[in-house]
Design a protein around this ligand. Structure first.
Ligand SMILES: N[C@@H](CCC(=O)N[C@@H](CS)C(=O)NCC(=O)O)C(=O)O
Length: 335
């Protein structure tokens, strides 16, 4: 349960991940849908992760994908790049491009928060204290407490019941969320359903009320994860050191914040966490890519989504760790 991975496909794609609350599984299923071969690199369960930091420059979340000296942070960037490199079969069957990404703002936001609340409340008494001390504040904010987590779990379970109910209804007349083929919304939902299916004890009949969701979960499981191969984290560093970033300069004339390639910026996850400093090389409405240098791996290009990340110029006011406004029972959404 606590294995950590980084991955690499036949093209040199690496990942790091955390199956405990597994955004990694969201991407693994996409490897399955696209039938890709990839490399998996184990990383430590808790920071510091000395053989990951040279690649990400401080970004601590998982998973992360490495392709040579290009490092993709956040599943938004990872999935976009996988779809770009391996467009068939598409994650957007039936022309479902665009708004399908919006589903992630629900699944990775409020639904993720409810699922993590219920799952951690079940596991908290048997988890190593240092794990809780790290993940509690990461997922729930600086005021995290185990007592509050446990007190909030029943309400989150009720919220999950409603939200999984929507999925169940959607799946009552189709095999996958978009129709007969799996796509992005399936991957976005699957990692959360899988996470609870595997953790809620069998004698608890929570899932019996979602027959279509259960059938879909079995169909998703059957897709598999492509072909993984294990790789050492030090090998992944060597791959980056031997490669040069392939990202080309891209400007965005319509950027509302007027960022341009060549500017020095820091990028910080909006929900908190260390920032990463570098020089902008490419910009779009969806992504920002920065170049940075590291003594171990040389020049790397680190890619981030725009949604969920704050970009600051050095002269901007310091980034006050701005947790989003509290929602249900002051559990702070995280992703
Ligand atoms: N928005 C990020 C969220 C990543 C995230 O929350 N990852 C969790 C695991 S699913 C994490 O990093 N946990 C702490 C860790 O692994 O150190 C994404 O989509 O990749």
């Amino acid at each position: 349960m606590f294995d950590r991975h980084r991955f690499n496909d036949g093209l040199g794609n690496h990942f790091s991940s955390l199956p405990a609350v597994s955004g990694f599984r969201k991407v693994r299923i996409i490897f399955g849908i696209k039938d890709l071969s990839w490399r998996s690199v184990i990383i430590p369960r808790l920071p510091p992760r000395p053989n990951q930091l040279p690649l990400t420059g401080g970004y601590r979340l998982t998973p992360v994908m490495q392709i040579g000296a290009d490092i993709y942070c956040d599943t938004q960037c990872i999935i976009r790049e996988l779809e770009r490199r391996h467009p068939e079969p598409t994650l957007f069957p039936g022309g479902a491009h665009g708004m399908a990404w919006g589903i992630a703002q629900w699944t990775d936001g409020p639904l993720f928060s409810d699922v993590v609340t219920v799952a951690l409340a079940m596991m908290v008494d048997t988890m190593p204290p240092e794990f809780i001390a790290d993940r509690g504040p990461l997922y729930f904010g600086p005021d995290f407490s185990v007592d509050r987590l446990k007190a909030n779990a029943p309400e989150s379970r009720a919220a999950i019941r409603a939200q999984f109910g929507w999925m169940n209804e959607r799946l009552s007349s189709r095999d996958f969320m978009l129709g007969s083929a799996p796509g992005l919304p399936d991957a976005l939902a699957y990692y959360l359903v899988w996470f609870l299916v595997d953790r809620i004890p069998e004698e608890d009949d929570f899932f019996t009320q979602f027959p279509h969701l259960n059938d879909w979960e079995r169909r998703m499981r059957a897709i598999g994860h492509g072909t993984p191969l294990v790789m050492l984290d030090t090998e992944a560093l060597d791959v980056a050191a031997a490669a040069a970033p392939t990202t080309v300069v891209q400007t965005d004339a319509g950027d509302p914040l007027n960022f341009t390639p060549g500017e020095l910026v820091t990028i910080t996850p909006i929900n908190g966490g260390p920032n990463v400093e570098g020089t902008i090389v490419a910009l779009s409405a969806d992504t920002i890519s920065i170049l940075r240098s590291d003594p171990q791996v040389g020049e790397v290009c680190v890619h981030f989504p725009r949604i969920g990340y704050r970009v600051n110029r050095p002269q901007d006011a310091p980034n006050l760790c701005s947790w989003p406004s509290p929602r249900r029972h002051e559990v702070l959404p995280y992703d």
